[in-house]
Design a protein around this ligand. Structure first.
Ligand SMILES: [Zn+2]
Length: 486
């Protein structure tokens, strides 16, 4: 993680200089020169630190995508060359604000050639450049599609790419999990696209500000349970190859990193599928009897947050439901995919006779955190990862604030201070502590490095101070105005 020089470092240098002024006058000039040299070196260090960040990672395009249609066909332990790969097709509807002859978009570890690309303008095909129609720029995960003629500003185009990819084993993109059930190894495929892994599943404009509507279709083996995605299931169709094709309703307009789907044999002990306020908690079948607490809390917290923010979750888009998934293999603690929240299994399951009270708090806290993101992050999104605190600061604050309100027995109000405020003070008490808004964030490594205590606990603590300063009524109406102005 790249960090800047703290103000404290400069202040210490000046104080030292003031002190040395009181020493032997013979040494004054030497000390001054030493200090000036010291400051010059510090300035050079600042310069070099700032120049290390590479803005070429940014897409910086005039293209604006409006809709994606994505078809994914996974192959698990098929025993042939296709094992743990997937077939993909993406259709991206877009316009551009300037005339351009190259389409630059993100694509990482996906396989296709120019023969797999078609570009349409109404019924007309736009030809690719004959020489060098497709270039991959691996360092920045870009694909450049070079065209024979210019695209016209304001005209709608549809780009289609047919490709293949790998069901990954690094817990990013579309990745594999397994568990053992009655001595049988069961494979499943889950997704983790935040922050920069949508590009590993489908070619895309993979930055948070390029929001679009996503329509997902998943072909899954017939012996698997129905797939899950961000939105409700729209239709299904049995295919002749032993697969079932499931198409989901279009998502709300959202960022690429929030796309999610699950191909598994997971089941839900508890779910509500009555057409309104649908919620579910899905696990491997043997664990579904450990989901009572998560389900009850999940239902309560989505209602309480909607009441507090003045915007009911389900009113934001009629295609939404809200499922919570306990994954066997998961890198982070949980992920707020819109309508399909994923968790590390140990953070969602709860058995009253066996789990400690602290785990009850952790389950409530993490569900509250992720559910807060449905508004802060999903409905309103940071335009770029430099402002990740707009997502994580609010989720960090409400994970305890709303839990304390609806579940007082887990003592979340005490944890808010111990877990967040003290952690924030500790994290900020180092010379190279980064600012909450960090403009030195460009590469995937810098982005993931910015998901730390400053972005979570410090931002959450500052939001808590504002809440206490302006009072509950002003805070609530301010949040409502912010969310409504999305
Ligand atoms: Zn979060």
């Amino acid at each position: 993680m790249v960090t800047g020089l703290s103000v404290r470092g400069v202040v210490n240098s000046i104080q030292w200089y003031t002190y040395t002024k009181q020493l032997n006058t013979n040494h004054l000039l030497i000390d001054m020169l030493r200090q000036l040299t010291h400051l010059a070196l510090l300035c050079m260090a600042v310069q070099s630190v700032y120049s290390e960040t590479d803005t070429n990672y940014r897409l910086n395009t005039t293209i604006s995508p409006s809709a994606y249609s994505i078809l994914i066909t996974p192959y698990f332990d098929t025993g042939d060359d296709k094992a743990f790969t997937f077939d993909g097709e993406v259709e991206i509807t877009f316009t551009t604000t300037t005339n351009i002859n190259t389409i630059k978009l993100h694509s990482e570890n996906l396989t296709y050639t120019s023969a797999n690309i078609t570009l349409m303008n109404g019924g007309n095909t736009v030809n690719l450049l004959e020489t060098n129609p497709l270039e991959f720029e691996d360092k920045y995960s870009f694909a450049h599609i070079n065209l024979a003629s210019e695209l016209t500003s304001g005209v709608e185009y549809i780009l289609k790419i047919v490709y293949t990819g790998t069901i990954r084993d690094d817990l990013a993109g579309f990745y594999k999990n397994y568990y053992i059930e009655n001595g049988v190894k069961k494979w499943l495929g889950a997704t983790q696209l935040e922050s920069t892994s949508a590009r590993k599943v489908f070619p895309s404009f993979d930055e948070p500000e390029y929001k679009a509507v996503f329509t997902l279709t998943i072909d899954r083996p017939a012996n698997y349970k129905p797939s899950l995605a961000n939105t409700k299931l729209q239709s299904n169709l049995s295919l002749s190859n032993g697969y079932v094709r499931e198409t989901f309703y279009p998502t709300p307009r959202m960022s690429t990193y929030l796309v999610a789907f699950l191909v598994s044999e997971f089941e839900a002990e508890h779910y509500s599928r009555n057409g309104t306020k649908e919620v579910g908690v899905f696990t491997r079948p043997e664990a579904k009897n450990q989901t009572d607490y998560a389900f009850n809390f999940a239902e309560k917290v989505v209602q309480a947050l909607g009441d507090y923010f003045g915007i009911d979750y389900y009113s934001t888009n009629s295609n939404l439901k809200l499922d919570h998934i306990a994954l066997v293999d998961f890198k982070a603690g949980a992920m707020e995919n819109w309508g399909l929240v994923t968790y590390r299994e140990s953070l969602l399951l709860y058995v009253p006779e066996e789990s400690t009270p602290y785990y009850k708090y952790r389950v409530a806290q993490i569900i509250a955190h992720e559910t807060t993101h449905m508004w802060f992050g999903n409905l309103v999104t940071c335009h770029w990862w430099s402002n990740t605190w707009l997502n994580e600061g609010f989720a960090n604050y409400f994970q305890d604030y709303i839990t304390a309100m609806i579940e007082p027995d887990v003592a979340a109000d005490d944890q808010l201070i111990i877990g967040s405020v003290y952690t924030a003070l500790d994290a900020d008490d180092v010379p190279d502590s980064p600012p909450i808004t960090n403009n030195n964030v460009n590469s995937p490594d810098e982005i993931s490095g910015h998901f730390g205590s400053i972005t979570y606990q410090k931002a959450g603590s500052v939001i808590r101070m504002i809440h206490h300063l302006i009072g509950d009524n002003a805070f609530k109406s301010g949040l409502n105005a912010y969310l409504m102005a999305k």
